[in-house]
Design a protein around this ligand. Structure first.
Ligand code: AMP
Length: 209
């Protein structure tokens, strides 16, 4: 499915900021009694500053408490080598699957809002150190490219820290543009990159509070 800018609903981040805390007021999605869609939306979560495990867990807790999102599955946490800027501490990464009716551009704003809550600096350099990074990896079968958003995520087929946790929780999932399975992309990448670059950090990554 292709989607252009005009079809993307405006961000709900401002209203989320105004709500201050979840549950303060009913949103449109809440009004539909928990209608948060059927899943198939995969988010990448990572960080390499501070208590990495705590930051990832906090992000997942906020997502699971979000009135317009349902946290469906969470991968193990993976200890991964930095990508792009290699002279920086190792990252902890995971993938989660959510259900939501928030459209992609607004979802990106919600994720940025969560990043800010968790202390992410606005001016974080590209691929540089960060307390928390939230990316939309896949949004069901949507394919879109806008100046702000590329879905599927631009690098989702070439990063172990995306492919390993993604294939762990969704072993049969297929790239919506190419039709190639992510398991296939992972197998190809492992021919050129050492598996040690992305090691399982813990099996039971996240338990809902
Ligand atoms: P990052 O440094 O990973 O936080 O990404 C910075 C910018 O990438 C964001 O402000 C987005 O505008 C852009 N971006 C493009 N595609 C995506 C995506 N699929 N998920 C998250 N951010 C994206």
């Amino acid at each position: 499915m292709n989607m252009d800018n005009s079809k993307i609903r405006r961000s709900s981040a401002d209203s989320a900021l105004r709500r201050q805390s979840y549950g303060a007021s009913a949103t449109k999605a809440q009004a539909t009694a928990g209608n948060v869609g059927g899943g198939g939306i995969y988010l990448g979560i990572g960080g390499n500053i501070g208590d990495r495990e705590l930051n990832l867990t906090r992000a997942l807790t906020i997502i699971s408490a979000h009135p317009d999102m349902r946290l469906l599955r969470v991968s193990s946490f993976y200890r991964t080598s930095p990508w792009g800027v290699t002279e920086q501490p190792w990252f902890l990464n995971a993938i989660c699957e959510i259900g939501t009716v928030i459209y992609p551009a607004a979802l990106l704003e919600e994720l940025k809002w969560i990043e800010r809550i968790l202390g992410r600096e606005k001016s974080t350099p590209r691929w540089g150190p960060r307390a928390i990074d939230l990316d939309i990896i896949l949004y069901r079968s949507i394919v879109m490219r806008t100046p702000l958003l590329t879905i599927p995520h631009k690098h989702c087929t070439e990063r172990l820290f995306v492919l390993m946790p993604l294939v762990e929780i969704a072993p049969c999932i297929v790239h919506p543009e190419t039709g190639v399975s992510f398991r296939n992309y992972l197998d190809e990448l492992l021919k050129t990159q050492p598996e040690e670059a992305c090691l399982k950090y813990n099996q039971i990554a996240y338990k809902k509070p």
